[in-house]
Design a protein around this ligand. Structure first.
Ligand code: 5RP
Length: 222
């Protein structure tokens, strides 16, 4: 068991029978999907909502029926990964490009539980380039406004191809290096025309579960 698996295994314990569950995206969330599928095979009943098309496909492969977010009026618990987490449980997410759906699902959730290995804990957010989802129309102009906030940024490519999100948008990966005022930056970014949302998740996580390679976990709450 590695740290990602240990964190995921612990998080899945918080799922109770009958709950509406948000399934996250990425290599850590993958394990939460796997362990949830194992609990379903042992008799757990849940309604599941996916944070990306990729997660919906993985869940379906494992026999988890996915409901559309429009079919539920709330989500009880959302379990998702992060690219960085600080001591206030503020996060950078979107390394996998699913930040918008991840944020919509997390905001609809009564409990948002973040899972990660120790490499994701940071003193200050920003070393990981902040993903910003932008509308394709005029993205070059949007990028210039973002640059004026004090970062360099690059349009995301994956496997040599322009990366397009599940929502048909682009991602600009923005290197701020150190984000000293995350709430301010979040507001500034989301105030720029063309920005759909960004990967700062502020005051959203109820709990961050950090798993270690020896299988132990530490839980941080606000
Ligand atoms: C996807 C995400 C992921 O949760 C984040 O990138 C962490 O991924 P991983 O668990 O693979 O390190 O935000 O958009």
């Amino acid at each position: 068991m590695n740290g990602k698996q240990a964190a995921a295994l612990k998080a899945v314990e918080y799922i109770q029978d009958g709950m509406i569950v948000g399934l996250g995206t990425g290599s850590t969330a993958y394990w939460a999907i796997e362990y949830t599928a194992q609990r379903i095979a042992r008799g757990l009943h849940i309604t599941a909502v996916a944070t990306s098309e990729a997660t919906a496909a993985i869940a379906a492969e494992k026999g988890i029926v996915i409901s559309g977010i429009e079919e539920v009026d709330h989500i009880d618990i959302d379990i998702d990964g992060a690219d960085e987490a600080d001591s206030s449980l503020n996060l950078i997410k979107g390394g996998g490009g699913a930040l918008l759906r991840e944020k919509i699902v997390a905001k609809a959730s009564r409990r948002f539980i973040v899972i990660a290995d120790e490499s994701k804990l940071v003193a200050t957010l920003g070393k990981f380039p902040l993903p910003v989802e932008v509308i394709p129309f005029g993205w070059q102009h949007t990028a210039r406004h973002i640059t004026a906030l004090g970062c360099s940024n690059a349009l995301r490519y994956k496997d040599g191809k322009l990366f397009v999100t599940d929502n048909g948008n682009y991602i600009l990966d923005c290197s701020f290096n150190q984000i000293t005022n995350a709430p301010l930056l979040n507001a500034q970014l989301n105030g720029i025309a063309g920005v759909v949302d960004n990967g700062l998740f502020i005051n959203m996580a109820e709990r961050v579960i950090i798993g270690s390679a020896d299988g132990s976990v530490k839980e941080y709450t606000r």
